[in-house]
Design a protein around this ligand. Structure first.
Ligand code: CTP
Ligand code: MG
Length: 173
C-alpha cells in the first residue's frame, strides 16, 4: 500500500531528526546547560539566541540522532547511507531550530514564546535541506516530505503537550 510505503520511508529518514529535536528538553531537566550564545546580546538589545539553546542540548541532540541513524542503518542491511542521513538530518534539524530562535529574538519573541507552525517545522525543514544537500544521503520523495508537513505539527503539539504534563516543559508548545 502506498501510505505504508510513505510511512516507512518517512520513519527511516526522519526518526533521527525527530529524536534529536526532542532530546534537549529531557537533557535540560538533568543538566543546567550553557547557552550557545554565551549570554551575549546583539545591538538590538536582545539575546543572540537566548537560554533555550544550549551546548549540552545541542551536543546530545546530534549524538542521539546520529545513534538513531546508525541503528536504522544496521536494520537496513548495514546501510551507511542511513547512518549519514541520520547524522545530517539531526545536524540540519538542530541548526534549523537554532536559526529559528535567532529570528524569534530579532522580531522580539522571548525565549519559549510561541511562533505557530515555525516552532513545529523548523527542525523538519532544516533536516530536509541538509539531507538534500548531501549526495550520499537517502532523499525523501515529494509525497514523503508532504506527509511530514502534515504529520509533524500534529506530532510536535502532542509530544510537547505530554512533555508539559510530565513537567518537562513549562509551556504546552
Ligand atoms: N534546548 C537546548 N538546546 C537546544 C534546543 C533546546 O538546551 N539546542 C532545551 C532548552 O532547555 C529549551 C528546551 O530544550 O528550553 C525546549 O526547546 P525549544 O522549544 O526549542 O526552546 P525554547 O525554550 O522554546 O526557546 P526558543 O524560543 O528559542 O525556541
Ligand atoms: Mg519552544
Amino acid at each position: 500500500m502506498d501510505i505504508l510505503r510513505i510511512l516507512i520511508d518517512f520513519l527511516k529518514i526522519y526518526i533521527p531528526p525527530m529524536v534529536a529535536n526532542g532530546i534537549p528538553v529531557v537533557v535540560s531537566k538533568f543538566i543546567k546547560g550553557r547557552p550557545l550564545d554565551r549570554g551575549k546580546y546583539l545591538s538590538d538589545g536582545k539575546r543572540i539566541l537566548g537560554d533555550g539553546k544550549t551546548v549540552e542540548g545541542t551536543t546530545f541532540a546530534i549524538l542521539t540522532g546520529t545513534l538513531m541513524g546508525a541503528i536504522i542503518g544496521i536494520l537496513n542491511y548495514y546501510s551507511l547511507q542511513y547512518c549519514f542521513t541520520g547524522f545530517l538530518g539531526s545536524l540540519g534539524g538542530i541548526l534549523g531550530d537554532i536559526t529559528k530562535s535567532f529570528f524569534k529574538r530579532r522580531i522580539g519573541i522571548e525565549r519559549g514564546g510561541m511562533l505557530p507552525l515555525v516552532d513545529q517545522l523548523d527542525f523538519y525543514l532544516g533536516s530536509t535541506l541538509f539531507i538534500y544537500l548531501c549526495p550520499i544521503c537517502a532523499h525523501p520523495s515529494l509525497d514523503v516530505f508532504l506527509f511530514g508537513i502534515i504529520i509533524i505539527p500534529l506530532l510536535h503539539l502532542s509530544t510537547n503537550y505530554i512533555a508539559f504534563k510530565l513537567h518537562l516543559k513549562s509551556v504546552p508548545w
